[in-house]
Design a protein around this ligand. Structure first.
Ligand code: AHM
Ligand code: MG
Length: 348
């Protein structure tokens, strides 16, 4: 009697993107193109996840005394993931410009590739991505992920650097896939945030977290406090305020959670609330995280989930980038918590 049959009406990512109130792009032709691009990103994530799983196994075998597998093979996983993404996005025929953390220069699709056996069509989307973020965590089996953001080339443009050197608020879609105990793909196309979990048996991402909303306030702070010696006053004062609430206040001290893998720290923040930060400090003048393919996509998702994303003094999505690999300070999370942080910057 306890048996409840499995649902026979599952919502896959593709079905959801195609049908369900997605505010894709203005014209239907454009939305079809974005759907194809997203499908190709989805496949990419499945391919990377399968390689991440295999690498973990190979690594475990290596750890058990098999000598031919060293840490070096792990490093290759970033490179492999990057190649998977570039090939898939080129092949989609929907991309014009690609910016990857792994490549110094932007890639312009449609230029004849040396060594490539097939011609690729140029599309009208630009994809900025970090193929495998947090890769220093791989050996410890900690969650890692792929982050991406998508721009539509500007009217009249053939797809050049100016199409990606744009504020994050001009992105038409952004998301990440986290490779953890399961693979979770979290996506926005500018109409809220949805989360999908990979069902490895059928090879589909299934809608498991519809309409993710950040709690107004959380109880967790997530920051590399080991950098405190370099932090500026507002950050130190804010941290103090959440660890030592004023006497008589109803607030309890916050819990610390820091994985050191942005996708995992942001994922937890989206689901549980609180604040995630990677500030600028006396040593790192612009912080550590990359604006285009780390800060922008995560800020877009955060705002779409009802949260706030700031450098401390400025809305992240408003920043005009000047270089593709530029860095910027990041604080994001629950509205109440991020506004508290900002109030310490204002006091300066
Ligand atoms: P990476 O692109 O070299 O992997 O670095 C980015 C990662 C983020 O995932 C994470 O938020 C941050 O670096 C952690 O940095 P730190 O170890 O300085 O706390
Ligand atoms: Mg990275």
């Amino acid at each position: 009697d306890d048996y409840s049959p499995p649902s026979t009406d599952i919502i896959t990512l593709t079905r959801h993107v195609l049908n369900d109130g997605f505010n894709l792009a203005k014209s239907s032709a454009a939305s079809g193109d974005l759907t194809i691009l997203l499908a190709s990103l989805q496949t990419t994530c499945k391919f990377i996840e399968s390689n991440v799983r295999k690498a973990s196994l190979i690594n475990l075998i290596g750890a058990a005394g098999n000598t031919n597998v060293q840490g070096e093979d792990q490093k290759k996983l970033d490179v492999l993931s990057n190649e998977i993404m570039i090939n898939a996005l080129r092949a989609s025929g929907k991309a014009a410009v690609l910016v990857s953390e792994e490549n110094d220069e932007a890639i312009f699709v449609g230029e004849k590739q040396s060594g490539s056996s097939f011609e690729t069509n140029k599309g009208k989307y630009c994809v900025v991505f970090d193929p495998l973020d947090g890769s220093s965590n791989i050996d410890a089996g900690v969650n890692i992920g792929t982050i991406f953001g998508i721009y539509l080339v500007k009217d009249g443009s053939k797809g050049d650097l100016s199409d990606v050197l744009r504020p994050g608020k001009e992105m038409v879609a952004a998301g990440y896939c986290m490779y953890g105990s399961s693979a979770n793909l979290v996506l926005t196309t500018g109409n809220g945030v949805n989360g999908y979990t990979l069902d490895n048996q059928i090879g589909e991402f299934i809608l498991t977290h519809p309409n993710i909303r950040l709690p107004e306030r959380g109880k967790i702070y997530s920051i590399n406090e080991g950098n405190s010696a370099y932090y500026h006053e507002p950050v130190l004062k804010y941290l103090d305020s959440i660890k030592f609430p004023k006497e008589g206040s109803s607030k309890k001290p916050y819990s610390a959670r820091y994985i050191g893998s942005m996708v995992a720290d942001v994922h937890r923040t989206l689901l549980y609330g609180g604040i995630f930060g990677y500030p600028d400090d006396k040593k790192s003048k612009s912080g550590k995280l990359r604006m285009l393919y780390e800060a922008f996509p995560m800020s877009f998702l955060t705002e779409q989930a009802g949260g706030v994303a700031t450098t401390g003094t400025q809305r992240i999505l408003d920043i005009q980038p000047t270089e593709i690999h530029q860095r910027c300070p990041v604080f994001l999370g629950s509205k109440g918590d991020v506004e508290d942080l900002m109030s310490f910057y204002k006091q300066q």
